[in-house]
Design a protein around this ligand. Structure first.
Ligand SMILES: Cc1cc2nc3c(=O)[nH]c(=O)nc-3n(C[C@H](O)[C@H](O)[C@H](O)COP(=O)(O)OP(=O)(O)OC[C@H]3O[C@@H](n4cnc5c(N)ncnc54)[C@H](O)[C@@H]3O)c2cc1C
Length: 448
């Protein structure tokens, strides 16, 4: 018996799922096809992780080793729902794992959020990381910017906006992104978090990095550091919180005023409204909050405004529904029991599995997708009795189908070609790589 498995999404969750299944103890052979809507694999590691985080980008090397082993086929530039459907998968495979992640911004329901000059972090990240499906130009006209959110993505966005672009040049940022950032007149980036400094979601490493930015002053405000009992307890009981407290404490002592750019951290600030008109954003309005004694916050009724000309909301990502597959609209995930998809009556949907952010929601680091995949794969292996019965399971049949439909799919060889091409583009300028951005160019370089 040979399990023909389709995995949709070649981000870390999809690649780890394939790897774990191949290493898993089992009584049957396995043949895996990975379908990815982009011409290149690796999901948010390539198109989310910030370009100035080369160590994390380096996880691509580990993912690449999995793909290079030769027992997984990749079909890039293939969109599930358009180029290949659930019926097609049932015709050619015994089961499918969806590992489609989350690419959209979660919504923030405050007046003015749709004004010109108010953006989602996901769009901006996609621009600076060279995602082919997003506009290639980005309006960087604001001198003062608000970033709403207190997670790592908020800090990524604030850092990329505040950092002098020359310091990004050694990274893999696309040429158009460097040019865009160079023209930015920004002087002040304000990050707003609803809760206190000891209740943030970002990690100490990301925070500390901000203090190392050249010619950027870190501004924190004394009024935010009047800790309540819950904050003090958090510092005592959690090492990460302790480190965050120390880092912020050092910044409070620092001399500021000499740098040409400033990055402000405002805590206890609940977003109320983005002010402006059809010509753009003029200010960000928020309510000052205070600790409620239980680790949360409550409003104080004190309303404040900071003049800004752009607002970025970095309050989380959100998954997208997939044709024919159950979807939980509230949480943006495929409803599931440990990775087995569930229908609206909470019954297991045979043959359909989920892993990664589309299974669990958009929280957690790349490493977490590994444990996720283990759980999903252990069910897949045990569920043999309920797999689909494909009419055409042979490996060539799906290739014929894509060819008949005229789908310009890319494969592993194609990705190696694109990879080598990007590295060669970077070489004369002493850069690690220069990313190719337009989809057509990616496909042209990938396909012989
Ligand atoms: C801005 C940002 C920065 C981050 N920085 C870090 C960091 O520094 N360190 C860290 O550990 N983690 C970081 N993360 C988290 C990390 O990116 C995620 O944990 C991880 O990528 C989730 O993996 P995934 O495979 O579930 O989803 P994804 O990485 O999103 O992969 C999903 C893949 O599915 C594909 N896909 C979607 N729909 C379809 C479809 N219909 N048909 C075919 N293919 C489809 C997508 O194109 C994508 O390639 C960051 C996340 C973001 C958003």
């Amino acid at each position: 018996m040979k399990l023909r498995l389709a995995i949709v999404g070649a981000g870390p969750a999809g690649v780890y799922a394939a790897d774990i299944l191949l290493k898993h103890e089992r009584s049957f052979d396995v043949s895996i096809d990975l379908f990815e809507q982009l011409p290149a694999p690796y999901g948010l590691v390539r198109y989310g992780v910030a370009p100035d985080h080369p160590r994390i980008k380096g996880i691509i090397t580990a993912l690449r080793e999995v793909l290079d082993r030769g027992d997984i086929r990749i079909f890039g530039n293939v969109l599930y729902g358009r180029d290949i459907t659930l019926d097609d998968l049932k015709h050619h495979y015994h089961a499918v794992i969806f590992a489609t992640g989350a690419v959209r911004d979660a919504s923030l329901d405050i007046p003015g959020i749709d004004l010109p000059g108010s953006y989602g972090a996901a769009e901006f990240v996609s621009w600076y990381d060279g995602h082919p499906d997003f506009p290639r130009t980005w309006p960087l006209e604001a001198e003062s910017v608000a970033v709403v959110g207190n997670g790592n993505v908020a800090l990524d966005v604030a850092r990329i906006l505040a950092k002098h672009p020359e310091d990004l040049l050694p990274t893999e940022i696309p040429a158009n992104v460097y040019e865009g950032l160079q023209a930015s007149p920004v002087t002040d980036v304000h990050v707003f978090g609803r809760r206190g400094p000891m209740q943030v979601k970002f990690t100490p490493l990301e925070l500390r990095e901000l203090g190392e930015l050249r010619d950027v002053d870190m501004i924190v405000y004394d009024e935010d550091f009047d800790y309540d009992e819950a904050s003090r307890r958090a510092i005592e009981s959690n090492k990460q919180v302790l480190v965050i407290d120390r880092v912020l404490g050092q910044w409070r002592q620092r001399e500021v005023g000499a740098a040409s750019r400033r990055l402000h951290l405002h805590f206890y600030a609940k977003p109320l409204e983005v002010l402006g008109d059809e010509n753009g954003v003029t200010a960000f309005r928020y309510e000052r909050t205070e600790p409620d004694g239980e680790g949360g916050v409550r409003g104080t009724g004190e309303i404040r405004e900071v003049p800004v000309q752009a607002v970025y909301r970095a309050i989380g990502y959100f998954g997208s529904p997939l044709p024919g597959i159950p979807f939980d609209k509230k949480h943006g995930v495929i409803p599931n029991h440990e990775g087995q998809a569930l229908d609206k009556d909470n019954n297991i949907v045979p043959g359909v599995y989920a892993t990664g952010w589309i299974k669990r929601g958009p929280v957690g680091l790349i490493g977490h997708t590994k444990s996720d995949a283990m759980e999903t794969i252990s069910h897949l292996v045990k569920d043999q009795a309920s797999w689909w019965s494909p009419a055409e399971p042979d490996e060539d049949a799906v290739v014929r189908l894509l060819d008949e439909r005229g789908v310009e799919y890319t494969d592993l060889e194609g990705w190696h070609r694109l990879d080598a091409h990007e590295i060669a583009l970077g070489e004369p300028e002493g850069r690690a790589r220069i990313k190719v951005v337009p989809r057509d160019d990616m496909v042209r370089v990938s396909r012989p």
